[in-house]
Design a protein around this ligand. Sequence first.
Ligand code: HEM
Length: 459
Amino acid sequence: MGDATIAGRARAVPTVRGWPLLGSAVPLVRDPLGFFGSLRSRGPVVTIRIGPQTMYVVNDPALVRQVLVDQAHSFDKGRQYDKLRPWWGNGLANSEGDFHRRQRRLMQPAFHRRQIAAYVPAMREVAEERIGAWPSGRTIALDEELYALTLSMVLRNLFAVAVEERHLATLQAALPVILDGVLWRCLDTTELLEKLPLPANRRFAAALADMHTTVDTVIARHAGGGADLLTMLREARDPDTGEAMSPQQVHDEVITVLMTGAETTRSTLSWVCHELGRHPEMQRRVQAEVDDVLAGQPVQADQLDRLPYTRSVITETLRAYPVVWLLTRRALTDVRLGPFRIPAGAAVCYVPHAVQHDPAWYPDPDRFDPDRFSTGQTSPAGCPASRRPRDTFVAFGAGIHSCIGEPLAWAQAITILATLAQRWTLTPAPHTRVRPAARMLLLPDHLPLVLHPRHTTTH
Ligand code: HEM
């Protein structure tokens, strides 16, 4: 498929037949991951119908790259983001074209590797505080604890000061309601449900109001001048025009970082903890590596790259459970993808979960095996031990809209996992079965784990 822009007659895109009126809505709702996984064998690109809407599903990793990188300017982000924009504002994740390019350039320095090192002390402080306070020997909802932890970490990195617990609690309650509300607004192509006076719509409106008010309050109190994200955003100047971001744009970018920066890492770490609980030998390897490198002291920025097995566990988690499991695009013009023609206006999607479960690249894909990535690279791209093309790992996207927060996410994830591994051994709560819930993000449906103290830290 590398020869994806060949001219000549287009081949017909295979269509997956669904039910009258509903199309493939039923299997999609019943088992979204299984449904999209099953489409891989139907062809490099297939069309499905969800109610009245036709969607082009791109299965071949080389063609996904065409969409994200080589022909990225022929697509915008599509319906998923149209639905987000009115509520999240026009932050980086929701913007397009020249405006997106400008914002990306302005924000890039705040996510540079050098800058990330400056955020690590605050990350470590939050991780030590929260993880140290977890109760010993009891079953806890670890996914909820990790949410409070990643959210306070993002807030500390954004604002340099500890945000009050009541603001944290407001945001922790509001953000999932907003994500869920946006999800079903994306799915309801009639756009009727969102206009009805339903309790769910009232909850959604209240959660949005809470989020915006809390963010305004915290921004208003921000002192500035620190090594924090908000200071970076406020001080950023366009190199061509010298212009700063407007206060509204700063607000929208703060919302973007909140919406993208906490749930993603908490979901990834939830799956990491789930797998380590099920695989004591892997957990012991992580603990041994962390003990060896950290020698009982809190994690330092320069140690984050010296934990290759810990990193492989996180990479394998991102492969097996890519938190952003499905993404949409929309063709702006007629586009040629390999031998297929995608008409202007078509809804297009790709499914990192399906791409990363292809047995051609990941034998026995349902097996959790960090040694697939045992070279200790940040991502499998360019991994010399592997002949896997880099397009087969798309957990952070690719191209102009790839995850700007990836270095921050790695620093958060390793800081939290190393701190946790120093203090606790995790075991699954008896008689529980954890299942994936593929909603806007791919989360465990619940995560009861028991924490056993290790007593190896000296700090
Ligand atoms: C494990 C953690 C994370 C994963 C798996 C992840 C994944 C992704 C993916 C797949 C995209 C591409 C979306 C698309 O192509 O439409 C993306 C974009 C983005 N992510 Fe992340 N992300 C993570 C953490 C973060 C963090 C910590 C931040 C910031 C604090 C962040 C901020 C963003 C932003 C702003 C975009 C939009 C970039 C643009 O359109 O230019 N992400 N992320």
